[in-house]
Design a protein around this ligand. Structure first.
Ligand code: DX5
Ligand code: ZN
Length: 224
């Protein structure tokens, strides 16, 4: 039986009350905290770095931190996030000169490693590194901003990624990020995702607990 994880993206949280917001979504039933790192270089936006991850840990956040690096270069910042308390560290292959090395650096620093695929990035990047990846993250929007619409072609890409992962025999999470809502999460789960990032759908709702519960109901009914 698949263990489905909901990962609220704090990109849509109230940053002035970040600790409370993270406590609130964990209390509401979230499994891990999605942490979007943007550098105004690889993507056209600027967000948060290791200092904020460390501050959340010092505040008392114990939930896994799912760090999504949208930065270039990748390697130098990996150790900083590991020291700051990251659990997963994922990066975009186009942003790394040496994908295999970046994946190894993440694992060597004690974190789980993730490779992120933009909507137009082919899954072939996975072919020779499946043994070094703990998480495959398919972007269902172009990275840089919350609140964008889900790109439909992600559904068939998820199905292909699910087949690749299952055929590999490795334990790899399949995560989807961008435009995930209560009304499409069932279809996304049926296509093979087991980990769901949702920013605006959760933090933009009045009742985090009710929204996460509705998402879980949709996933359960779509995956039977
Ligand atoms: C986009 C980020 C996402 C973003 C998703 O570049 O990687 O994690 O927060 O936001 P929603 O769920 O609002 O599309
Ligand atoms: Zn993200």
């Amino acid at each position: 039986m698949t263990d489905f994880w909901i990962a609220p993206s704090i990109l849509s949280a109230d940053f002035a009350r970040l600790g409370e917001e993270v406590d609130a979504v964990i209390d509401a039933g979230a499994d891990l905290i999605h942490f979007d790192v943007m550098d105004n270089h690889y993507v056209p936006n600027l967000t948060i770095g290791p200092l904020v991850a460390e501050a959340l840990r010092k505040y008392g956040v114990e939930a896994p931190l799912d760090v999504h690096l949208m930065v270039k270069p990748v390697d130098r910042i990996i150790g900083d996030f590991a020291e700051a308390g990251a659990s997963y560290v994922s990066f975009h292959p186009e942003a790394s000169e040496h994908v295999d090395r970046s994946l190894q650096l993440i694992r060597d620093s004690g974190c789980k490693s993730g490779l992120v695929f933009n909507p137009a990035t082919p899954l072939s990047w996975l072919e020779h590194v499946l043994d070094k990846v703990d998480l495959v993250l398919l972007m269902s929007v172009n990275p840089g901003f919350g609140g964008q619409s889900f790109i439909e072609s992600t559904i068939t890409k998820l199905e292909t990624a699910r087949q690749l992962i299952d055929a590999s025999g490795y334990t790899i999470r399949l995560e989807v990020d961008g435009g995930v809502k209560v009304d499409n999460i069932g279809r996304i789960a049926a296509a093979g995702a087991d980990t769901f990032v949702a920013g605006s759908a959760i933090f933009g709702s009045d009742d985090y607990r009710a929204t996460i519960a509705e998402m879980r109901r949709e996933i359960a009914s779509a995956t039977g």
